[in-house]
Write a protein that binds this ligand. Structure first.
Ligand code: ADP
Length: 801
């Protein structure tokens, strides 16, 4: 509101015009258009008279026929310098002169006539005003530079520097980008200094906004330019490529069509198909020279070649399966029986159409190499009429080998499971996961967790491979895992599987397998089956006993293959077909014997005992040696013994020391000697508690100087009090001992139950003793041992080397 202290300069009576939404400032020129009859009349009257008119802003722009109360009290007196009328409007050039107050309205019709009085302004020419004026000048200039939309003549007038501060402030006020109410307020500030301050403030704000707009617009502009540039370059590239490729377009098109056909033919799940089509679209949009197109093609090839819906027919005939298993495998009757049970359950489930748990238990074949794990797997596939695939997991440390690499990797490929499925070509093969006991694990993720998912019927319906990106259904697959031992199979995996053990073959079984299966097989493999060549019994036995030492028959097969190769060469060179392979031929073709009987050459010796163990190669015999020497009561252990085995030695030692009286030894027999326990074949780490009784026997023999019978082998854990505890793998150990020529086996009483698994031929050859307590062992194992409670005291003899 106007400051009442300001004195009035003069009063005059003039036509008044009301305007909406704008303010006319003194010292400014503006063109206004008038449409309302009252306004047109007022402007006309003024123009025809002395051209003076007072202009007042309406408080509410929406009022069409304002009364004097609707006008602001302060307005501008102005001159109408020019006028032009169109149909129902007039346009007038108005030059603002001074601020006036509306004192009294004398007439309202035909237009307002009122008494107005000019308001005098304060602080017009002070130093502060000069300084403020410079400031506003700079700010305004900056606004114009930043793109403030002002007519050029106005800019030139303002920036010419030839205008008074009071003109500057009013001119800039009229150009402010603010609402008219705000402008009205500025109009009403009579102190020039204060008006400057307010205008500077508002203009400053405007400059900031303009500045911001400019940065934003520069950024968008740049982005737009970049995009346009790229689009142009892309287009250019496309044209160039089209020019270069010329006629290749047809072949591209046919390739795309071919893919489309293949995608349809693959009968993928819906989502997978749409993924494939999406990739195809990508390929379509790529130029053939784009290196990425190769990756997309590769990916599409994988997608279309996966057996999404290709299955082998599901016809389980247990009878047929039994026949196949028998035809292809000798012995291992228990294993075959178990497999037939397994197939029967599968058939029953299928009959019951229990889709939700139609996936059978996962079998895990455990046993040394060459015992027929793989070949049983193949027979199962054959019996079921399904495909057979095999993937080795040995040494896999990286989860990506199982689950694949993401497509962003260079040279990415699906993992071994998906590769196996593609090789199978059907979605329900028998899938063998070999060497599951040799899975590794490191920082690249735990492959066993991926396997867990694969073997879990809940999860494997949607197995996700990183490369494939789409889920693949593994629920129809029959997985069979294989391994040499169970100790190194990760617990959760082992939990999920049913272990079937393959213990290894006796010499007789090997003979039968060699004779009936391996020999005909290798002959056929070498293309010499048309004329039957026989192998002498003695010759085959010699190969088994003197050229191989194994639980399985792999080396036997290899040796037979070697003979076949040599025979083939002789046939080729000399055209001579041998009728039969004799013992002499074996030496000729295979060279001198590789192994001799481990036992035969030994003699009954002091301090050396035959123990039994199970390794990844199956059951084995091992020798435990004890030597005594002058010393200070030390116990020396060598031969790569594991911690459990070391403890076993200590327990054995304690038992012997605490039974010095029964053993007929002096009380402090250990004081002046060192005892060295050694288990030869130091390169192979050995562990487990089952050597306890053999250790004790070796000690007792060494201390009492009574030799151990060479054809006795023993196994069993020993407690400090001499109890003999149950051990694992009896069958494997017994078969190995039998193979090695052992005639007597001492084992824990609790293991007697395992004898059902031992082949009859072994039972017939070997004498078994099952013991509860260690005291029962020396009479069996030590040659000439009368009674453990000996009368005379023996002085341990210390070896002098
Ligand atoms: P693994 O998988 O246990 O290492 P394989 O299945 O590869 O052993 O067997 C090695 C060879 O021995 C194969 O040629 C297999 O046919 C043969 N074989 C193993 N066990 C028997 C058996 N009981 N009867 C006939 N052949 C056998």
């Amino acid at each position: 509101m106007a400051n009442d202290t300001n004195k009035l300069r003069f009063q005059r009576t003039v036509p008044v015009v009301a305007i909406r939404d704008s303010v006319v400032f003194p010292h400014t020129d503006s063109i206004l258009s008038f449409g309302r009859a009252k306004s047109i009349d007022a402007v006309n009257a003024a123009f025809q008279d002395d051209k003076i008119i007072a202009i007042f802003n309406q408080k509410d722009p929406n009022v069409t026929d304002p009364t004097p109360e609707d006008l602001y009290e302060i307005g501008t007196i102005a001159t109408v310098t020019q006028m032009m009328s169109t149909d129902d409007e007039i346009h007038a050039m108005i030059k603002g002169q001074a601020r006036v107050r509306l004192d009294e309205v004398l007439a309202e019709e035909p237009y307002f006539i009122a008494k107005v009085s000019e308001l005098s302004e304060t602080d017009i020419k002070t130093d502060e005003v000069t300084a403020l004026s410079n400031q506003l000048y700079d700010i305004f200039k900056r606004a114009v530079n930043l793109g403030k939309g002002v007519e050029i003549t106005t800019v030139m007038k303002i920036l010419s520097g030839n205008i008074e501060p009071i003109e500057l402030v009013d001119s800039v006020s009229s150009l402010l980008d603010v609402k008219s109410a705000e402008k009205q307020k500025i109009l009403e500030i009579l102190s020039v200094k204060d008006r400057f301050k307010r205008v500077i403030e508002l203009m400053g704000h405007e400059v900031n906004v303009l500045d911001l707009e400019k940065t934003i617009s520069m950024k968008t502009q740049k982005k737009l330019e970049d995009q346009m540039k790229k689009a142009m370059l892309r287009e250019k590239k496309r044209v160039i490529e089209e020019e270069l490729e010329g006629g290749d377009e047809d072949s591209d098109l046919s390739e795309l069509k071919e893919y489309k056909k293949k995608i349809k033919a693959a009968k993928m799940p819906k989502e997978t198909e749409s993924k494939a089509l999406k990739e195809l679209k990508r390929l379509e949009q790529m130029s053939a020279n784009n290196p990425e197109s190769g990756y997309v093609r590769n990916y599409l090839d994988w997608l279309v070649e996966m057996p999404w819906s290709n299955s082998s027919p599901n016809n389980v005939s247990v009878k047929k399966a039994g026949k196949i298993l028998d035809e292809e495998h000798f012995a291992i009757d228990k294993t075959k029986e178990r497999i037939l049970e397994y197939l029967s359950v599968m058939k029953m489930k299928e009959k019951a159409k229990k889709a939700e748990d139609s996936q059978p238990t996962i079998l895990c074949f455990v046993g040394p190499p060459g015992v027929g794990k793989t070949s049983i797997g193949k027979s199962i596939a054959k019996a079921l009429g399904r495909k057979f695939v095999r993937v080795s997991l040995g040494g896999i440390r990286d989860e990506a080998e199982i689950r694949g690499h993401r497509r962003t990797y260079v040279g990415a490929m699906p993992g071994r499971i998906i590769q196996g499925m593609k090789n199978a070509g059907t979605n329900n093969p028998v899938f063998m996961l070999d060497e599951i006991d040799k899975l590794g694990m490191d920082y690249r993720g735990d492959p066993s967790s991926a396997l867990l998912e694969i073997l879990d019927p809940e999860q494997n319906k949607e197995f996700s491979d990183h490369y494939l990106e789409v889920p693949f259904d593994l629920s129809k697959v029959i997985f069979i895992a294989t391994g040499n031992v169970t100790d190194t199979i990760p617990g959760p995996l082992l939990d999920r599987m049913e272990v079937i053990r393959f213990a290894g073959y006796t010499t007789d079984e090997k003979f039968e397998i060699g004779d009936k299966f391996l020999w005909p097989k290798v002959l056929k493999l070498h293309g010499i089956d048309d004329r039957k060549i026989k192998i002498e019994k003695r010759a085959l036995k010699e190969i088994i006993e003197s050229y191989t030492r194994e639980a399985g028959v792999r080396n036997l097969e290899r040796n037979l293959a070697t003979i076949c190769r040599k025979v083939a060469r002789e046939i080729a060179e000399k055209g001579k077909y041998p009728k039969v392979i004799t013992l002499k031929d074996v030496v000729k073709f295979l060279g001198p014997r590789k192994f001799s009987s481990q036992i035969a050459e030994k003699k009954d010796d002091v301090g050396i005992v035959t123990g039994l163990s199970v390794t990844t190669f199956g059951g084995e015999i091992l020798f435990i040696e004890v030597s005594l020497m002058p010393g200070t009561g030390k116990l020396i252990l060598t031969g790569q013994l594991g911690s459990v085995m070391k403890e076993s030695v200590k327990a054995a030692y304690t038992w012997t020391r605490s039974h010095w009286r029964q053993l007929g030894l002096p009380e402090n027999f250990a004081r002046d000697m060192d005892i060295h326990v050694h288990v030869p074949e130091g390169a192979i780490p050995k562990d487990g508690p089952s050597a306890g009784v053999s250790m004790t026997t070796a000690l007792v023999s060494a201390l009492t100087h009574i030799p151990v019978r060479k054809d006795v082998a023993m196994t069993g854990e020993i407690t400090l009090r001499g109890r003999v505890l149950e051990i694992g793998g009896l069958k494997e150990k017994v078969i190995a001992a039998h193979r090695a020529g052992i005639k007597t086996i001492i084992a824990p009483k609790d293991n007697e139950k395992d004898m059902v698994d031992v082949p009859q031929s072994v039972k017939d050859d070997v004498k078994f003793y099952f013991v509860d307590h260690y005291e029962e062992i020396p009479p069996i194992a030590l040659k000439g041992w009368k009674s453990i409670k000996q009368k005379e005291t023996v002085t341990p003899t210390v070896a002098t080397v």
